[in-house]
Design a protein around this ligand. Structure first.
Ligand code: SF4
Ligand code: SF4
Length: 330
């Protein structure tokens, strides 16, 4: 399976993330799955004329393009020319190249939230008029229309995340290489369901604190970060706490709130990432699939029943009260 990887308006962090794939690592995976990287701007030795010649061979149809991976949003400015980001030596913008190459590929994969939805690259007033491949924020239609399909019939596969999880990329490529990713394997935003049907909250080690609404008030504390510190792990898709990053880590495990980086428009929440917006003291971003009144009733009940171990540990920077051993029988 031939893969061409383009880097457009992004930070390169998704490539850095992919290089942290550990089981299997990125290069072993490629070998084992029969994946051939035609070119990657950071990992390949080819540059200049060699790359231009490769692109021309792909355009002529001399080299089949199985997967076009795009990392980064597409800058459409100024005034729709895309000339804010040129592919050096070609006289053409990345916008132009993406539009030419996408219809030639069996599959188009958006690597990271910039390529999927615009992401961080479209924030702050979006001066470069950046968009995702098939979405602009949460609206269908990016540089490609909503009805676009790769030659094999799938929409752009949005491996969203900022950065995206290394295994999400490698698993997507492996599934595509074995023809095992179909339309029903994608969610409503075309993210692979193998990670998008989980919530970041699933498997978070702070779950016990969450159950009792035993909340941290500062980032250094070990309680749940939903009530005061902006964590939206109960609404954010991702198996980050089931399949930890690099085998052991996740944002919430490291003591930082989930900011839902797999979702469109996460980059501008309209409040500080580490603050929970509230109305009359009640967090506004409650779990979306639970009636607010029920949540509040359950929360006040569980707060009333919080064991001292959890209420004290929640606002400490390490476990201060250990679980009590069972009393010996008899
Ligand atoms: S999605 Fe995030 S990590 Fe990936 S290129 Fe964009 S800003 Fe960088
Ligand atoms: S910190 Fe976030 S992800 Fe973890 S239990 Fe609390 S709400 Fe869930």
């Amino acid at each position: 399976m031939n893969v061409l990887w383009l880097q457009t308006s992004g930070c390169g962090g998704c490539t850095m993330s992919v290089l942290c794939a550990d089981a299997p690592n990125f290069f072993d995976l490629l070998d084992n799955a029969g994946v051939r990287i035609l070119w990657h701007p950071a990992l390949s030795v080819e540059s200049g004329e060699e790359v231009i010649a490769l692109l021309e061979r792909i355009v002529r149809g001399d080299v089949p393009l199985d997967v076009l991976c795009v990392e980064g949003a597409i800058a459409r400015g100024p005034r729709g020319t895309g000339r804010y980001q040129m592919l050096s030596g070609t006289g053409r913008s990345m916008f132009d190249w993406a539009l030419e190459l996408a219809p030639l590929a069996q599959h188009v994969v958006a690597v990271g939230s910039c390529a999927a939805f615009g992401g961080v690259s479209s924030a702050g007033g979006n001066p470069s008029d950046a968009a995702g491949l098939q979405y602009e924020g949460s609206h269908a239609g990016g540089i490609l229309p909503p009805e676009f399909r790769g030659r094999a019939g799938l929409p752009v596969v949005n491996v969203a995340g900022c950065p995206t999880h290394p295994d999400w990329v490698t698993e997507t490529l492996m599934l595509l290489a074995s023809d095992a990713l179909g339309p029903t394997d994608l969610d409503a935003l075309a993210r692979p369901r193998f990670y998008a049907e989980h919530l970041v909250h699933h498997g978070c080690p702070k779950n016990e604190f969450y159950e009792y609404k035993a909340s941290a008030t500062r980032l250094c504390e070990i309680g749940c970060m939903m009530e005061h510190l902006g964590c939206v792990g109960t609404q954010a898709v991702g198996d980050c706490n089931i399949r930890p990053w690099n085998g052991s880590g996740s944002c919430t495990r490291a003591g930082y709130p989930c900011i839902s980086c797999t979702a469109p428009e996460f980059e501008e929440p309209k409040h500080a990432f580490t603050e929970t917006p509230k109305v009359a003291g009640i967090p506004v971003g409650l779990p979306s699939d639970m009636p607010k009144a029920w949540f509040m009733a359950l929360a006040s009940l569980s707060k009333a029943a919080t064991p001292e171990r959890l209420s004290k540990n929640a606002v400490a920077d390490r476990v201060e009260i250990l679980p009590s051993p069972r009393k010996p029988r008899g």
